[in-house]
Design a protein around this ligand. Sequence first.
Ligand code: PLP
Length: 390
Amino acid sequence: MTTNTTTIQEKRQGYFGQFGGAYVPPAIADKLQNLAEEFYRIKKDKEFEKEYIELLKTYVGRPSPLFYAKRLSEKVGSKIYLKREDLNHTGAHKINNTIGQILLAKKMGAKTILAETGAGQHGVATATAAALFGLKCKVFMGATDIERQALNVNRMELLGAEVISVTQGQGTLKDAVDFALGYYIEHPDAYYLLGSAVGPHPYPEMVGYFQSIIGKEAKKQILEVEGKLPDSLIACIGGGSNAIGLFKEFLDDENVKIYAAEGAGEGLDSGRTAATLNLGKRMVFQGADSFCLADEDGNPIGSYSIAAGLDYPGIGPEHAHLNDINRVEYHGITDKEAIDAFKELSHLEGIIPAIESAHAIALAMKLLKNKNEVTIVNLSGRGDKDVVRM
Ligand SMILES: Cc1ncc(COP(=O)(O)O)c(C=O)c1O
């Protein structure tokens, strides 16, 4: 966990230590290479940055507040600050990434935007950004997720997107990504707006970059109120975009401990989980060398979590790396623990979290009991979509 390790390894383009890369068919290899070049170009482009930041400010409503959760803190015995990504336009962190990528897509001349979605938050954020820029939008969503996140399906359709039900496999996020990648290979002129820090290069790096606004703001905000860095950070992990968005800015601050909550579903030993870094194996999965849940022969298997956004057997390569170098600790949080935290936060603070974000709250309640630490928990989204199921 040294600064040098992180910095040197990240220099191998598309890799985080030994993980990452772009394992894709030739039909899209050139497209992704071109996308990577365009991404590196806009990263240095001050005009692009100005346009992006202006939209985050006036359209998304950034900076999102850092809220001191007093009653939760008293109950837990540590000082808990919530980074309020739930207050963003469309209700989650996903919009930070879609605004960045849609600006890039527009500059690259795209007419149609493709996206996958699990909880529907990325689908809504993509449909929103596409409407804002007058682009056609197709969202692929597993049939199981369409049922359990119905509110977001209605929102996407109202925003003018076509929602395509994916019935293959378990009808969850993995299947939606498989289908979207397949569709993209057949329609390489479309722009594939991936919603998490997963998949082939440049997506993990690009999504992490657009989400890093979370940690940049949080660092400034905590220094303002506490006059020092936090003792720890906590976020939930599906593919890993809200987590890397918060963590990135603090990775070189060695005294800041970093924890992430994977969906442990019915328990780490139950066979029904989404706890990839706790239980998975290293493999090439959906375009990148990372970790994935696997059977005894090493073949990828499906996942389970009550939270559609965490119900994904893979994980972004940067997280595989951060786990490998022991910079971040990855813990499993069960459905039950998440539901309890969902109710606890609602009662104690008047904030109904997304069931995904409730996993991060549950981990804070578990790890920080009477520790008297200052921590920032990323409240990645709001719970409107989950209210009817709890
Ligand atoms: C509110 C919320 N939090 C977290 C996630 C997990 O995604 P990621 O790990 O990319 O942040 C999702 C995914 O849909 C989500 O909707």
